[in-house]
Design a protein around this ligand. Structure first.
Ligand code: PMP
Length: 379
């Protein structure tokens, strides 16, 4: 049997101690035993989100929290500005449309940062905008957005709330919910939290609650008022995914022990190592504002990226992600989050070198590994 290594930008590998925590016998979700775990989890989630605001857990993948961010705050016919720099920015546009809301889309182009001046102009030209949507790390293009400065800007508009998709970025790159004026931040379990998919999270500011309390958009499972009421007792409105929450408890303990800033540093180092390695192999990084959560490497034109990824998986047991939509076949994407160590990073670089040679793109074996090792092990 081949050893499997996951480098996809979610789901990721889960540490054994977290897996074992989730394998424990199920406890009922309305017992004092479980509610005590939930209380601790919420406290540690606030640290993870860097917020004093409410944080809720939703049993559902990240998109559930994105949808909750929309249906609780925006009425059909109301306008929201969306920065759409890839597949997941597009998802906010689609959710707004699904509820009859009106998206005003800013498209910086895939892989490009957004022009803050243009954002300011768009906000000023549309005084009736009620929500502003951005993505911390756009996973489809492996691009980071300047959430801090966007937050500063949007906070000057008292009628507009700032909503951020931190699903693949949170925990991997710096993000400070309160300091950065983020009103709603959503995330998911299958990324930097090193858990299986299945949970999403949503942090909500006072400014956002003013909208939620009066918003009449129909909703039921995703009604945040229900979550807030239950949270008074650290409870949940619906049957919670108890095993995942027990795993989350362990993951958050680990993160707290390591320190969030150290976690950001680890991602920064591994991402830099992969970028340097790719350059040494003669490859280009796709993004103009590359993230430390995931890296997208442009493949030589003659290589079919889909086949390349499938061969990496079949022959080396290494799962790297291909491109989505217009990047299909053109890039490979490698995550830096989840249960990985520096030697895993070295292994994926080595795997890419070997596979490139098999595809007749000749690279000197070890040229990328050497650059990556210099970054990873120089101190
Ligand atoms: N936003 C971003 C930035 C993501 O990376 C993902 C998942 N890849 C999603 C949203 C959607 O999350 P999910 O698949 O968990 O619903």
């Amino acid at each position: 049997m081949m050893k499997k290594r996951l480098f996809t930008p979610g789901p990721i590998s889960v540490p054994e101690e977290v897996l074992l925590e989730m394998a424990k016998p199920i406890i009922h979700h309305r017992t004092p035993e479980f509610l005590a775990i939930a209380e601790k989890v919420i406290e540690n989630l606030k640290y993870f989100f860097q917020t004093e605001n409410d944080v809720f857990i939703i049993a559902g993948s990240g998109t559930a929290a994105m949808e909750a961010a929309v249906v609780n705050t925006l009425l059909p016919g109301e306008k929201g500005i969306v920065i759409s720099g890839g597949k997941f920015g597009e998802r906010f546009v689609e959710i707004l449309k699904a509820y009859g809301c009106v998206p005003i889309v800013i498209e910086p182009g895939w892989g490009n940062p957004v022009d803050i001046k243009l954002v300011e102009q768009t906000l000023r030209q549309n005084p009736d905008v009620r929500a502003f949507y951005a993505t911390l790390v756009e996973t489809s293009t492996a691009t980071s957005f300047d959430i801090e400065n966007l937050g500063k800007l949007v906070s000057g508009f008292p009628e507009t709330i700032f909503i951020v998709d931190g699903i693949s970025g949170l925990g991997a790159v710096e993000c400070r919910t309160d300091q950065w004026n983020i009103d709603i931040l959503v995330s998911g379990s299958q990324k930097a939290l090193s858990l299986p998919p299945g949970l999403s999270f949503i942090a909500v500011s006072k400014k956002a609650w003013e909208k939620i309390n009066t918003c009449r958009t129909p909703r039921y499972y995703l009604d945040l008022k229900k979550y807030k009421k239950a949270m008074e007792k650290f409870d949940f409105p619906f049957t919670m995914a108890v095993s995942l929450v027990c795993g989350l408890n362990k993951s958050l303990e680990n993160i707290k022990q390591q320190g969030l800033e150290n976690l950001w540093k680890v991602h920064k180092k591994r991402a830099l190592a992969v970028r340097k390695a790719a350059t040494a192999m003669g490859l280009e990084i796709f993004s103009k504002a590359p993230s430390d959560a995931v890296t997208a490497i442009l493949l030589p034109q003659e290589i079919d990226g889909e086949k390349f990824c499938s061969d990496m998986r079949k022959e080396f047991g290494m799962s790297v992600a291909g491109g989505q939509d217009k990047l299909k076949g053109r890039v490979i994407r490698i995550s830096h989050f989840g249960w990985q160590d520096d030697f895993d990073t070295i292994s994926v670089v080595a795997g890419i070198e070997v596979m490139l040679n098999r595809y007749n793109f000749k690279v000197e074996l070890g040229c990328g590994v050497r650059e990556a090792m210099k970054i990873l092990f120089s101190t």
